[in-house]
Write a protein that binds this ligand. Structure first.
Ligand SMILES: Nc1ncnc2c1ncn2[C@@H]1O[C@H](COP(=O)(O)OP(=O)(O)OP(=O)(O)O)[C@@H](O)[C@H]1O
Ligand SMILES: [Mg+2]
Length: 353
């Protein structure tokens, strides 16, 4: 069990600053996610934690002790790699046992750890198979089992579910979350999938080109993104971000007047507004705006429907419950609760409302 901290850590590869002056503390027993688009530095952060890379600047601490110059073996941090890296010539059982055999752990102890992990991950029936005879999902579980079997101070997982189909990914992430809670271990988890990060993390860090944009509980980040980048990365469908136009009476409008906001809704320096799809209401066309908006596309998702609306050349997404009675090309009005509107300055900073 361990707390892992980065203090102003930077790591470059030639011209590329993969990790740029990053600081955070992952607390003991926390399920902590790093989330960001490709090349944002997620894997490099894990490799730095693991000791596979040495920072150019800054300190890495485990339980308050600097480990920056300590190699991977002495850190006892376990990793599930993005490409899984199972040994093809070994059965699943031998793959899982390998980290313990390598460390010359007594056989009785290996058997006990194996039994625990196998039970937790429900993989007893596939232990005799080599990786080539396992499905993508089964390989993923075996790789996770191999990390869990060591009883390390922390587990690192690099996009461990990326190879799974959507359904198995949903199932496995629920199991992972339960597993982490049961085992009571620090788990540091990388994903490029915002929904996955939101659903598993106690706290998450959002990365932008090697920098940390925001750290917090998923719901807090969702409700109070610090900037436009975070706002548009977290939440699906993506937040509608629109140019703010000022009206002569002091009120504001967006999308050519299809959205109207009363005086004093927005701070003076707001140049853009953000509206989550679930906060947009599609109303009858005689809504007070008078501006023309029409239904551009309708995507039924069962319990919800995503309605894309076109207004003054801008596309807006509304997430509606059930199956609203709207059709493509219908004229509609848009309303929004002013309290649900996010405001951004011209440099992308979120403004207090
Ligand atoms: N060993 C290396 N040599 C050179 N450049 C590297 C090396 N490792 C990473 N980089 C670069 O550093 C940046 C961050 O890479 P990293 O692998 O950490 O991204 P990532 O967030 O894990 O991306 P992905 O979601 O695609 O896995 C990228 O621009 C990458 O090309
Ligand atoms: Mg990566």
């Amino acid at each position: 069990m361990a707390e892992i901290a980065f203090h102003n850590v930077t790591k470059s590869f030639g011209e590329i600053v993969a990790v740029d002056n990053v600081s955070f503390t992952v607390e003991t027993n926390e399920f902590f996610c790093f989330f960001g688009p490709p090349s944002s530095g997620k894997s490099t952060i894990l490799r730095l934690m693991l000791g596979l890379e040495t920072p150019d600047a800054g300190d890495i601490l485990i339980d308050g002790k600097p480990v920056t110059m300590i190699g991977p073996a002495a850190r006892n941090v376990a990793m599930v790699f993005q490409n899984l890296a199972l040994f093809p010539h070994m059965t699943a059982r031998d793959n899982i046992r390998f980290p313990l055999v390598e460390r010359k752990v007594p056989e009785a102890q290996i058997a006990a750890r194996l039994a625990t992990v196998v039970e937790k991950l429900h993989i007893g029936h596939i232990l005799h198979k080599p990786p080539a005879q396992l499905s993508g999902g089964e390989r993923q579980r075996v790789a996770i089992a191999r990390a869990l079997v060591r009883d390390p101070v922390a587990y690192l997982m690099d996009d461990p579910l990326s190879a799974l189909d959507a359904r198995l990914r949903e199932e496995t992430r629920v199991e992972l979350k339960r597993l982490q809670r049961d085992l009571g271990h620090t788990l540091i988890y990388v994903t490029h999938d915002q929904e996955e990060a939101m659903s598993v993390a106690d706290r998450m860090a959002i990365l932008d080109h090697g920098r940390v944009s925001q750290i917090g509980a998923p719901q807090d980040i969702y409700e109070r993104p610090v900037n436009r980048y975070v706002a548009s990365l977290v939440g699906a469908p993506t937040m509608n971000i629109l140019h703010r136009d000022r009206r002569t009476d002091g009120s504001s409008q967006a999308a050519g007047g299809a959205i109207l906001l009363p005086v004093a809704t927005l701070p003076d320096d707001a140049s853009e507004i953000g509206i989550r799809p679930e906060d947009l209401r599609v109303a009858a066309p005689d809504a007070p705006t008078g501006a023309s908006a029409r239904v551009f596309e309708v995507e039924p998702l069962g319990g919800f429907t995503v309605v894309t609306i076109e207004a003054a050349g801008t596309l807006l997404k509304a997430l509606m419950r059930g199956q609203p009675r709207v059709r493509v090309n219908d004229a509609v009005g848009i309303t929004v609760d002013p309290r649900a509107v996010h405001a951004f300055a011209s440099d992308g900073r979120a403004l207090a409302r």
